[in-house]
Design a protein around this ligand. Structure first.
Ligand SMILES: [Fe+2]
Ligand SMILES: [Fe+2]
Length: 344
């Protein structure tokens, strides 16, 4: 486990190792990637759990070839037709299940407004972390989120060439903030790596991956799915807006929880950075990105709704998993973390 901070602007220098398989599909993918491109792969099949460990890890492993890839994996695998065929099958199972859960809709403003309405009293993960969460639960939360935050905003960059005019310009302005406004040490992914290290965790890219269960990984798969397919550009934008709308209030609550547990700036910076920034990003996404996109391509409204609702669906599944485990007094990870004294 690396305990030192990565160099400025980098999330460690590591290319991750291939993950440990969690079933026959992920085993087929991992085994194939360890060998030469062109090897035959099995079909995805339709009888696999669309939200289960096996499919989720298989799909994530396919997607990672487009990000940092893995140690000792031939780069030609990224565009290997057999692997892309299997990936398409996995994506179809996953996306069909998501669509079946969220249904159809075209009222973008209404679904975005729904996200702003919070139950009173709040019962989400950030409410728990603010009011009663223990340090080991905060650390587990950071580990779940590390799968995304160490590549924060990368999946949304895929959509840039698929947008035009004001929608493109405004989305890039938000991405500029996410990527540190020109400063490597201010990239949100880097701030998160610093937070992991300050919390006694591995700040390396995918450093905790084998310990993270499917619900947190599925959240990241959704972004890669929306980002990598031009036809789903509306859903990617909907996802981005949903994430920005919900982040500011939850980042504020987590900051309060960290302060209650004795944390200082090293623990809270990532979250305080998001309280102000995402209040602005939310407005830009709603007005300039979604507004302009739908003015140009009104037929994308159902996809924007899909993106918002799918994000909410998978975040809710993750929250349910975390709170169910914690309320039962057990770890929400596949392997509990070693004890750690408290926040920095
Ligand atoms: Fe961010
Ligand atoms: Fe943001």
């Amino acid at each position: 486990m690396s305990t030192s901070a990565p160099p400025a602007g980098d999330i460690g220098t590591n290319t991750p190792a291939l993950p440990t398989p969690r079933g026959p599909l992920s085993d087929a993918v991992v085994t194939a990637l360890a060998g030469s491109p062109g090897a035959p792969l099995p079909p995805a099949g339709r009888d696999v759990d669309p939200f289960g460990e096996d499919l989720t890890i298989a799909l994530h492993t396919c997607y990672e070839l487009h990000y940092r890839s893995f140690r000792h994996v031939d780069p030609l695998w990224e565009w290997d037709p057999e692997l892309l065929r299997l990936r398409a099958g996995l994506e179809a199972v996953f996306l069909d299940a998501v669509r079946a859960e969220v249904g159809d809709g075209t009222d973008v403003a209404a679904v975005l407004d729904e996200l702003l309405v919070e139950p009173v009293p709040g019962n989400g993960v950030s409410h728990h972390l603010r009011d009663a969460g223990e340090w080991w639960q905060v650390r587990e939360y950071l580990v779940h989120r590390s799968v995304y935050h160490l590549k924060e905003a990368d999946p949304h960059a895929w959509v840039i060439p698929r947008l035009q005019g004001q929608a493109k310009a405004a989305l890039v302005a938000v991405e500029f903030d996410e990527f540190g406004g020109g400063h490597g040490e201010r990239m949100h992914s880097r701030l998160f790596a610093d937070l992991l290290v300050a919390s006694g965790l591995d700040g390396g890219y995918l450093g905790h991956f084998d310990d993270v269960p499917a619900p947190a990984v599925a959240v990241v798969n959704l972004m890669s799915l929306f980002g990598l397919h031009r036809r789903l550009r509306g859903a990617m934008v909907g996802h981005f807006a949903a994430a920005e709308i919900t982040t500011a209030p939850s980042a504020h609550r987590i900051t309060q929880g960290l302060l209650r547990l004795g944390g200082g700036p090293a623990s809270t910076l990532f979250f305080t950075e998001h309280v102000e920034a995402d209040a602005v990003h939310e407005q830009v996404l709603r007005r300039d990105v979604i507004g302009d996109l739908l003015a140009r391509e009104p037929d994308l409204a159902p996809d924007v709704v899909l993106g918002v609702r799918a994000t909410n669906l998978l975040e809710t599944r993750l929250a349910d998993h975390l709170l169910e485990c914690w309320h039962a007094g057990r770890s929400s990870l596949r392997r509990p973390l070693p004890p750690h004294p408290g926040p920095a």
